[in-house]
Design a protein around this ligand. Structure first.
Ligand code: UD1
Length: 377
């Protein structure tokens, strides 16, 4: 194996929204580095709505995928199986040198499993993160994908310890920094100002400053009792700090099916459709505080120095707690209020940008892949 033709292909896989900002700098780095490796892009179609997909491809200058599997939604088993079934023949046609997967979504593990069984090496970007919570679908995806991978690119040093504990050989692990933060720094100048996004939203007064909310984890939105509790406390907070809440389709469905819209009716929580990347960046950058259960937003707020209150019991990204601006509070109303009051009175944790979150991670990844490919000759 190795680079013989000068046109060896690395098949890069994306599926869901948080994958898009991770793949953008990698595709760019492959195009810029004169390595003899070519990136090909495959989209599984896990996320397919205009707001969940196309806006990101345009704003992040991601090329149209070479292959689109068009799988769509389904139960975890259906979605994962459908991706695997549709991916296999494409892999046979492409015959890449390696398959590169990012993050921890169903598309990540599905494509990794198909590739490794065909003896095609898997390269995992954002490896080694662990929440310790196996009730989280992403945690299962992380553990399995890492076991299947040949090269594991980590964003923070804790990840190395996690991988070594699970028996991964040290020489497969590369500390490269965070590609999501590559995209953030690359895009900051084009962020859509929050004032523009919020202008004209009925009932929204930005003068007093605002907070930003995102919620979509099954553990927070699938149980009506937890969801009601979270909406209740956010509604209370919004009377002091108006909140803008871009709503994931899963959350919108759950609020409607549990009949919880009334909890927001009397509040200053303004719901809006899922936002584009540049709109979201602008909203985060100017927020007084961010409430979230997203993984990526914990990292983005740390890079931006914006206080983040994470509505989960754990995080797979502990560096955002130890070095960044993140606080984990769970879903208890009292804990959320007390953390929010603390942020208001102190301005929140000062934090610093973690090591190698410097906008150059994708170049380190492509260099490491190139080196690995040369050593396989
Ligand atoms: C997925 C990822 C999660 C990530 C999130 C970001 C897994 C296990 N989860 O969760 O890690 O944080 O993406 O958004 O892969 N839907 C639409 N339009 C779409 C996509 C989904 O309406 O374009 C709706 C469908 O009703 C679907 C539901 O959202 O059933 C859930 O979508 P799915 O891709 O299964 O998981 P997410 O909750 O988005």
């Amino acid at each position: 194996m190795g680079i013989r033709s000068g046109r060896e292909r690395v098949l890069c896989v994306v599926g869901a929204r948080p994958n898009f900002m991770k793949i953008a700098p990698i595709i760019r780095a492959f195009a810029q580095c004169n390595s003899g490796l070519t990136a090909r892009l495959l989209h599984t179609g896990q996320h397919y709505d205009e707001a969940m997909k196309s806006a990101f491809f345009e704003q992040l200058n991601i090329p149209t995928p070479d292959i689109d599997l068009g799988v769509g939604s389904g139960s975890h088993a259906q979605q994962t199986a459908e991706i695997m079934k549709r991916f296999e023949p494409e892999l046979d046609r492409e015959r890449p040198l390696a398959v590169l997967v990012v993050g921890d979504v169903n598309s990540t593990v599905a494509c990794a499993l198909v590739a490794v069984k065909k003896h095609i090496p898997v390269l995992h970007v954002e490896a080694g993160l662990r929440s310790g919570d196996r009730g989280m679908p992403e945690e299962i995806n992380r553990i399995l994908t890492d076991q299947l991978s040949e090269l594991l690119f980590i964003t923070e040093k804790d990840a190395r310890e996690n991988l070594l504990r699970e028996g991964i050989a040290a020489d497969k692990i590369h500390f490269v920094g965070n590609v999501m933060i590559d995209t953030l720094f690359h895009s900051l100048a084009q962020a859509v100002p929050a004032s523009r996004t919020l202008a004209g939203l009925a009932g929204f007064d930005q003068q007093a400053g605002y907070g930003l909310v995102t919620l979509h984890r099954p553990s927070n939105v699938d149980d009506p009792e937890v969801l009601a509790r979270l909406l209740g406390v956010l509604s209370t907070i919004s009377r002091q700090t108006p909140l803008v809440f871009p709503m994931h389709p899963r959350t919108e469905l759950r609020i409607a099916s549990a009949g919880l819209e009334k909890l927001l009716d009397e509040s200053s929580v303004v719901t809006v459709p899922p936002q584009g990347y540049l709109e979201m960046l602008g909203l985060m950058k100017d927020a007084r505080v961010v409430f979230t259960d997203s993984g990526g937003i914990q990292e983005e707020t740390t890079a931006l120095g914006i206080p983040c209150i994470t509505l989960r019991e754990n995080t797979e990204r502990p560096i955002t707690l130890s070095e960044g601006t993140n606080s984990i509070v769970g879903t208890d109303a009292g804990m959320i209020m007390s953390c929010y009051n603390n942020v208001l009175s102190t301005g929140g944790k000062s934090g610093r940008v973690p090591e190698l979150w410097d906008g150059k991670s994708a170049y380190r990844i492509v260099d490491a892949i190139n080196q690995w490919a040369l050593e396989r000759v």
